[in-house]
Each structure stands twice: as C-alpha cells, then as structure tokens.
Design a protein around this ligand. Structure first.
Ligand code: 7TS
Length: 424
C-alpha cells in the first residue's frame, strides 16, 4: 500500500516507489514548488541553470550539520571519524551512480567549472605544449572553452572546433578530420545547455581513442536527465555539478580514469593533498586526495550523495521517459504557435527548449513570463559560440526536470501567447 493510499500526507512521505512514476508524490517532496510568485503558482522551468532540492536532501543536510559535523581526514575523535565516513560514503554513492570502476576515480570539486579547470591544469599543463591541438565543439558552455583558451595562450597550443549544423547537431565528418598527430585532448559536452542536443559522445570517444586521444565529457546537462555509465562510455574524464542534480551548490564531481589522475599534476596545493612536506621536498598524496586540497565542502558532498540516492530511487530511466514526454508536448505546442521559432531541433534532445518570438526581445519574454510565475532563462546561456553560429543574440530557454508537469508546459504556452498579445 502506498503512503497516499494509507492516508498519510504525501508531504511527509518521500518518494519511494521504484516502479511507478507518481508525479504528485514527487512534487510533494519539493517544498519550493509550493510557492507563489507574483501571486501565481510557481512554474519553475529554469532547471538547466539549477534544479530544486527535495526534502530528503534538505533533511540530510540538517542532520549532518546538527549531529555529524567535524573536519575530515584529520581527527581521531568520534565526530571527525563519523564525518569522514559519511564523506567517503558519499564518494561511493557517486561511484555507483556513474558506474565508475573505483571510488578513488571520483574527485569532489566545487562544480563543473572547477572540474574542467582541474583537467586543464592537471592534464593540460602537464601534457600540452606549443603546437599541440585541443578539439572542442561549437556546442560547449563557456566553462569548457575559456580554461582551454587560457592554456592555449600560455602554451601556444591551438584550439580546433567541431562545427555544428543548423539543427544543433555536430558535424561528425568534420570531427573525424580534425585529428592529427598533435591532437592531445577532446572536450565535448554530453548535452548542450543552450539547445538540448544530445551529442553522440560514445561514438566520439571511440573515434578519439582510435587516435590515442583522451576525452573530457562535460556532463553538467546530462547526469540529471539520463543514466550515465562512465565505463560504458569509456570517457577519460566526466564533469558535472551537484546543484543541477537536486543537490547543493558548491559541490561537483570530476570522474577520471585512475591511470590519468595518477599521472596528472595536482591543481591546488595545501593540506590533505600531501603525504609529507618539508621545505626541501613535498610528496603528494594518492588519488583522490591529491586533488582535494584543503577542507572540502563536506556537507555539500554528503548532500549530493543524498541527492543521487533520491534520483536513483525514482530511476534515471523513468526520469528520462517523463522528461521526454514533457519535451515532446512543449515542442508540439510551441511549434504550433505562429510567430514562435524553435531554436535547436536535433533528433536526440534532452529537457531543453530554446525559442524566439518574432518582434519580441527574449528578455521581455522572460520578464513578462515571470509576472505569470513562470521562471525561464533568457540570454546567451553562457554558450555564445552557439548563438553566433545561429545568428542570434539570445533565446528564451525553458528547461525541464522530472518534477515538472504537462500542466506547467501548458502554462508556459499560455504565457507565451499572452506575451504575443501584449506585443501584437
Ligand atoms: N557546462 C554546462 C554544459 C553547463 O550547462 C554549465 C552551467 C556549466 C558547464 C557550468 O556549471 P557550474 O555549475 O560550474 O556553473 N549551465 C548553466 C546554464 O545553462 N544556465 O545557468 C548555468
């Protein structure tokens, strides 16, 4: 018997069913969704920027802070041992979530940006020299462009860019032709944050490996929406953020194959990342500690562990199915409106719908939708090369999560029609 059948309030019974997708029960787990904005029920469609946190994750953070907090890896006292065990247990949850071969391949970072910068410093500054080449794609978020530009400027390396078609799909023929003996790394986003295109990363990784080149996948927009298996993908690095995954801000993950992480130089120096220090010689710690200098965001890591537990209970496959239905519904309804142009029509897409309205600036659309309680993002989405390629300065972007409903999609469509009437 479910909690609801038993007459309990769904707000006090976190989602537990592994087999049935019960949207009402799921929504009841998210206190923020009960809010009103400008007197209207909140319709939160800015999940690509940051997702919301369910009560079990909030509760886990409160429990940690109220009963378990101490610094980790350094105290013999009980609380320090407990906090250390909980932090390392969170690492094991992330290992399982990604199907990484070993827990030491999971490095806690402050987010995707930090994880990519770690690869740039740890791998790039060690292995990339003048004249070497870095392959990126047009679809990258600035977080997977700017660090590599900094490295290119410092070393004299070159950046080569995989072009994109009008649909928002990468030109794979061109990708293959970019490889040569100087190619040192490929950086590719799994899912485009601006358009939602799902890139064929498994194929792209296999092609890179055929040339002996490692691949960094930016998974910030993929892990919240589909099952990800890093061993199946065979990626060398995989980066993502906790706050897009129903977890806290200030935490993220870099998965790296042990053979790379072991051969890389540390990114940040300090406590915990060393085995011994003298003014003559410092010996670095083994992985993962080698890449986790200083006191890490302990509570946030434990919160992220609780978030992946929560998502795994619902199931990423079920999440992907529900979000796909939402995306299809939104695509059909918005496409049917005269004066609306969808931006990004790749065959394989996840959870993101970008669009523009004839004669209305995206920022005006966002501001008017907000008056209706509807949260969307407008602008270039930190993916300016995508906008430039499509001759756009900005789009309106609705991005969905598993807790969104068909009714919320309908509210968005009604909101867009109301905006059009204002500007008619
Ligand atoms: N990579 C991708 C693909 C992203 O979508 C983002 C954030 C990042 C990297 C950076 O993540 P952070 O957690 O380190 O900031 N994307 C967005 C977005 O689409 N709207 O706001 C942030």
């Amino acid at each position: 018997m479910s909690a609801r059948q038993a007459g309990r309030s769904s707000a006090t019974a976190p989602y537990r069913a592994a087999d049935a997708f019960d949207l009402e029960r799921i929504r009841a787990d998210f206190p923020i969704l009960r809010q009103q904005v400008h007197g209207k029920p909140l319709v939160y469609l800015d999940n690509a920027a940051s997702s919301q946190m369910p009560q079990p994750v909030i509760d886990r953070l409160v429990h940690y802070q109220s009963a378990q907090h101490a610094n980790i890896h350094r105290g013999v006292h009980t609380l320090s041992a407990l906090a250390t065990a909980e932090y390392e247990a969170a690492r094991c949850k992330l290992q399982k979530f990604l199907n990484a071969a070993e827990a030491r391949e999971v490095i806690f970072t402050s987010g995707t940006t930090d994880a990519i910068n770690l690869v740039m410093h740890g791998y790039g500054r060690k292995f990339i020299r003048a004249g070497d080449e870095i392959i990126l794609t047009t679809l990258e978020h600035h977080a997977n462009i700017v660090p590599w530009q900094m490295l290119a400027e410092e070393t004299g390396a070159k950046i080569r860019v995989v072009p994109m078609m009008d649909t928002g799909e990468l030109c794979l023929d061109s990708y293959e032709k970019l490889f040569n003996a100087r190619t040192r790394i490929v950086g590719v986003t799994h899912v485009s944050n601006a358009l939602g295109s799902i890139n064929p990363v498994k194929l792209m990784i296999a092609l890179a490996h055929a040339h002996g080149v490692p691949v960094l996948v930016d998974g910030a927009q993929a892990v919240p929406h589909m099952p990800v298996d890093v061993q199946d993908l065979d990626c060398d690095f995989y980066a993502f953020s906790g706050h897009k995954l129903c977890g806290p801000t200030g935490i993220g993950v870099l998965y790296g194959k042990a053979k790379w992480l072991e051969s890389m130089q540390p990114f940040k120096g300090g406590g915990d990342m060393i085995l011994s220090v003298s003014f003559e010689r410092t010996v670095y710690n083994t992985i993962p500690q080698k890449f986790e200098a200083g006191t890490p965001p302990i509570a946030a890591a434990i919160g992220l562990g609780a978030a992946v537990d929560y998502l795994s209970t619902i199931g990423l496959a079920a999440i992907a199915r529900h979000e796909h239905e939402l995306l299809q519904h939104a695509t059909e309804r918005l496409r049917a409106l005269p004066g609306v142009r969808l931006v990004g029509t790749a065959r394989h897409k996840a959870a993101v719908l970008s669009f523009v309205l004839d004669g209305v600036h995206p920022h005006d659309v966002g501001t008017l939708l907000d008056q209706e309680g509807i949260a969307v993002r407008t602008g270039h989405h930190c993916a300016q090369p995508v906008m430039t390629r499509l001759n756009l300065a900005a789009t309106v972007r609705a991005s969905f999560a598993f807790y969104n409903s068909h009714a919320e999609v309908d509210a968005l469509v009604a909101g867009v029609r109301a905006v059009q009437e204002v500007f008619a």
